[in-house]
Design a protein around this ligand. Structure first.
Ligand SMILES: Cc1cc2nc3c(=O)[nH]c(=O)nc-3n(C[C@H](O)[C@H](O)[C@H](O)COP(=O)(O)OP(=O)(O)OC[C@H]3O[C@@H](n4cnc5c(N)ncnc54)[C@H](O)[C@@H]3O)c2cc1C
Length: 440
């Protein structure tokens, strides 16, 4: 079998893996990123479909998390900030929503009862400034203690679905408040020319420019462990050739399940295996709609807290004309599902979303055509594990790390969680090792 040696092998070229890789090459480590499929980015990439560039997942990025990472490693990111970030449609009217004070502003539109708003906001502030509510209470049940208002619940539901793929009755209230606290530094968000794919392409370029390697169509088949320590990876390239790569540290971006399968279950205790077997992905349905004119009157992002399924509609072309063929517009409608654990009745889920689109977009059937309907679920869901149930980025196997959205601290979700996890991995490897494998 062919042999190779690197300081760090990253399994997977998704955002978490490329974050760890870009930070580590910048710190002088010899890095190999091995990616199973023929394109980079995982759920933060883009693919061409009938002349449109469709995202494979993430599109909404922030200057503070993603922009900052790029500045740090010298990656070029053309992030187009959207201001105001959203419009909320409440009672048929569209209200601009600023990031700062968004809940106070939107609750004010959702309720005419000042006492109700004061009650909710008082509890909200206490949850932020003093102690977050229990993890045994859903954020929906938390709200219903202070308000009897389904539009307020819909506002929270839209946020929760956008960032975690869960429903508000599935997300623990404690986790919601940690998210609000952890991400309060984020003030500027937007889209890149080719969605999250612009970000992962920029990070991949940094890795290559600084001497790292990225091998595509190269799946990790085995993580080699000796005496409880990860020492290398067996890779299969182009489905034919096996290569054994030894490394000082391994960062698995492909998620905890893949990591355990590649190591072998016999190396883990029953508690860790139970956590692995209990993993549930958080789903999201996306309907891509094409048209010959903007369907949103030029506004970029709409939240529909009163709709049945569609919680967010994004006029992609308005801010990123590059994604569509000339003269065409692309709208992305994001929907939650009745519940996040399958099986799903997809026919009825799609029908409910279509009813929302017809009700909220004038002359929808005359002006718009459905381009593609996708349902992301299980290990390709919006998040690979439910928010509130994250894994530690260090695994029970020494020198084997998880760098993915399922391995960030509580309160970190989606692509920000992938970045955070990649950062934690890179910081820990940099702290413990010197480039070229010498242990500090
Ligand atoms: C529809 C949708 C919309 C989303 N929208 C947003 C958004 O707007 N904003 C946001 O912040 N987040 C969003 N997210 C969430 C975000 O996309 C993910 O949280 C993030 O991209 C996950 O990155 P990751 O690196 O953890 O994993 P992944 O992107 O899944 O990357 C894992 C990589 O590992 C590879 N791999 C798997 N097995 C192997 C193996 N054996 N060997 C080698 N490689 C392997 C995979 O091919 C993949 O490339 C969205 C997700 C979806 C699905």
């Amino acid at each position: 079998m062919k042999q190779a040696k690197y300081d760090v092998v990253v399994i997977g070229a998704g955002l978490g893996g490329l974050t760890a890789g870009a930070l580590l090459v910048t710190a002088g480590f010899k890095v190999l990123v091995a990616e199973k499929v023929s394109f980079i980015g995982g759920r933060c990439g883009n693919v061409e479909y009938k002349g449109f560039h469709l995202p494979t997942g993430a599109i909404w990025l922030s200057d503070e998390v993603h922009g900052e990472l790029c500045r740090e490693v010298g990656a070029q990111l053309d992030l187009r900030i959207i201001d105001p970030p959203y419009y909320f449609r409440i009672g048929g009217k569209d209200y601009p929503a600023p990031i700062a004070g968004i809940f106070r502003t939107m609750f004010g539109k959702a309720s005419k009862d000042e006492g109700e708003i004061v009650r909710v906001m008082k509890a909200f502030k206490r949850g932020i400034a003093w102690q977050e509510p229990s993890m045994n209470l859903s954020v929906y049940d938390w709200l219903m203690q202070y308000a009897d208002n389904q539009t307020m619940a819909g506002i929270i539901r839209a946020f929760v679905a956008m960032d975690t793929g869960l429903n508000h009755f599935e997300l623990p209230a404690g986790e919601f408040f940690r998210f609000v606290k952890e991400t309060s530094f984020v003030k500027k968000g937007g889209l890149c020319a080719y969605g999250g794919g612009s970000l992962t392409a920029a990070l991949a370029k940094v890795i290559k420019d600084k001497g790292g390697d990225i091998w595509l169509r190269c799946a990790a088949k085995e993580i080699i462990v000796r005496d409880g320590v990860a020492v290398g990876v067996r890779l299969r390239r182009d489905d034919i050739e096996d290569i054994e790569v030894s490394a000082t540290a391994i960062a698995c971006n492909a998620g905890p399940k893949t990591a355990v399968e590649a190591v072998g279950r016999q190396h883990f205790d029953s508690g860790y295996l139970k956590d692995i077997d209990n993993i549930k992905g958080a789903p999201q349905m996306i309907i891509y709609v094409e048209s010959d004119e903007s369907l949103t009157g030029g506004k970029t992002m709409f939240m529909w807290p009163e709709a049945r399924r569609v919680f967010c509609c994004l006029d992609y072309t308005g801010i990123c004309p590059e994604v569509t063929p000339p003269g065409k517009f692309l709208l992305e409608a994001c929907s939650y599902l009745t519940h996040s654990e399958g099986p799903y009745d997809m026919k009825s889920e799609v029908e409910l979303s279509m009813m929302d689109l017809r009700e909220n977009i004038e002359d929808f059937d005359k002006r718009a055509r459905v381009l593609k309907v996708l349902c992301y679920h299980n290990q390709y869901g919006l998040m690979r594990v439910w928010a509130g149930q994250p894994f530690e980025f260090k695994t029970p196997i020494e020198n084997l790390y998880l760098s993915c959205d399922s391995a960030a601290p509580h309160g970190w979700w989606g692509s920000s969680a992938a970045v955070k996890s990649g950062r934690l991995t890179a910081e820990e490897i940099t702290r413990r090792f010197k480039p070229s494998g010498t242990k500090v």
